[in-house]
Design a protein around this ligand. Structure first.
Ligand SMILES: Cc1ncc(COP(=O)(O)O)c(C=O)c1O
Length: 386
């Protein structure tokens, strides 16, 4: 019944975990959900107020423009200039997306022919890989290993793979490992892309969730980056707007316009009222973003301290709202996640869900209040002492 492409998509590994979660909730278990990367914090009120006003204006009820409203694109260009010092032409180098996921999934359609290769990090946000498969390409995993600080070792990519690859995906601050990079990594990526004629797609969705004095750079802030690549970013995590569905792609004009061409044919843009509210988010008071960071910082410290006291090997993230932790011996990531859910009512994401190199790890999302994270640590501690 299904197309070959659909049949090629990786199997959904978590059906049994989901079923267990449903059962636990049905049984009345107080489940602590640190599984999904969806902020529990609300969208700031000034953004909601702007949406409400814009939603009442009939001129916003029509089809939006394909590339995004000029006000929104200008706001993105100004935000990139202020935040990263990156100059963008709002007419050619910025496009609105129905969430960055939509753009990530569609971009390969614009550039891959059948059986072209695309270099995809592993473990990673799964949509890079899926977008490549749906476009008829072949994803080639680049292992993100702890010994390389969860960065791909580009020197290990063989000649033939370099020759037949067209796209290289990177994403820092990284989901799921929380790894971060500095500009020297991006320089290396630009050189590699120029040498091998690759399109670089950087995904900077977590650029504003950072701690301890670290501030994530943009891929586009590196010399020649705009000749080879683009960057996805999103309002989802920065302003707690995951449900609103708005993100954007910026950078190389030809690449941005290539995705634009696909989108003109498959969707009709983002509701104008959402774009107007997103413009307010980008240009308005930014203290809400700092408030978010404080919340995640406290949660991070509580979770890490607790995990480390319990003997877990968990990395201290300088960015993102995830904690990536090694699982104890005797389990794989799925069986350990099931164990935590079954015996402690805690939901985490098994590393293998992000790719084969995620095996051996679990991901905690810092999306519950500090008291719940403390409760999570207490429950794990009780398990250990059983
Ligand atoms: C690395 C990464 N990129 C992109 C996204 C998609 O974000 P959105 O489609 O909400 O903009 C996510 C969501 O979890 C993510 O983790």
């Amino acid at each position: 019944m299904y197309s070959d492409k659909l049949n090629l998509l990786p199997p959904y590994l978590f059906a049994s975990l989901d079923e267990l979660k449903r059962d636990k909730i049905k049984q009345g278990v107080d489940v602590i959900n640190l599984g999904v990367g969806d902020p529990d914090l609300p969208t700031p009120p000034h953004i909601i107020d702007t949406l409400c006003k814009a939603a009442r204006d009939p001129k916003n009820h029509k089809y939006p423009s394909y590339n995004g409203m000029p006000e929104f694109r200008e706001a993105v260009a100004r935000w990139y200039k202020n935040r990263f010092g990156v100059s963008l032409d709002m007419d050619k180098e910025v496009i609105a997306l129905i969430g960055s996921k939509e753009g990530i999934a569609h971009l390969p359609l614009a550039f891959l022919n059948k059986d072209d290769l695309a270099l995809v990090p592993d473990p990673a946000y799964t949509v890079y890989r899926i977008g490549v498969i749906l476009a008829g390409g072949i994803p080639i995993p680049m292992p993100l290993l702890k010994e390389n600080d969860f960065k791909p070792d580009l020197s290990k990519i063989d000649k033939k793979t370099r020759k037949y690859s067209k796209i290289l995906f990177i994403s820092y601050p990284n989901n799921p490992t929380s790894a971060t990079v500095d500009e020297s990594f991006y320089k290396e990526v630009v050189d590699f892309a120029m040498d091998n004629d690759l399109i670089v797609c950087s995904d900077n969705a977590y650029s504003e969730i950072y701690f301890d004095g670290y501030k994530p750079p943009s891929f586009l802030d590196v010399k020649n980056a705009k000749n080879v690549g683009v960057e996805f970013n999103s309002l989802s995590k920065t302003y707690n707007m995951t449900g609103w569905r708005i993100g954007y792609l910026v950078g190389n004009e030809d690449i941005v316009q290539g995705l634009g061409k696909v989108k003109t044919n498959v969707d009709s843009g983002v509701f104008n009222a959402v774009q107007i509210a997103a413009t307010e988010a980008l240009l308005g008071d930014q203290s809400c973003v700092e408030d978010n960071r404080k919340v995640y910082n406290e949660r991070r410290d509580v979770l890490l301290k607790g995990l480390n006291n319990l003997g877990f090997d968990a990395m201290k993230p300088l960015a993102t709202f995830y904690v990536w932790a090694k699982i104890p011996d005797g389990y794989d990531s799925l069986s350990f996640s099931k164990f935590l859910l079954d015996n402690a009512g805690i939901v985490v994401t098994p590393g293998v869900g992000f790719g084969e190199y995620g095996e051996g790890y679990i991901r905690f999302a810092l999306t519950e209040k500090v008291e719940r994270i403390e409760e999570c640590i207490n429950r794990i501690s009780r398990l250990k002492n059983r």
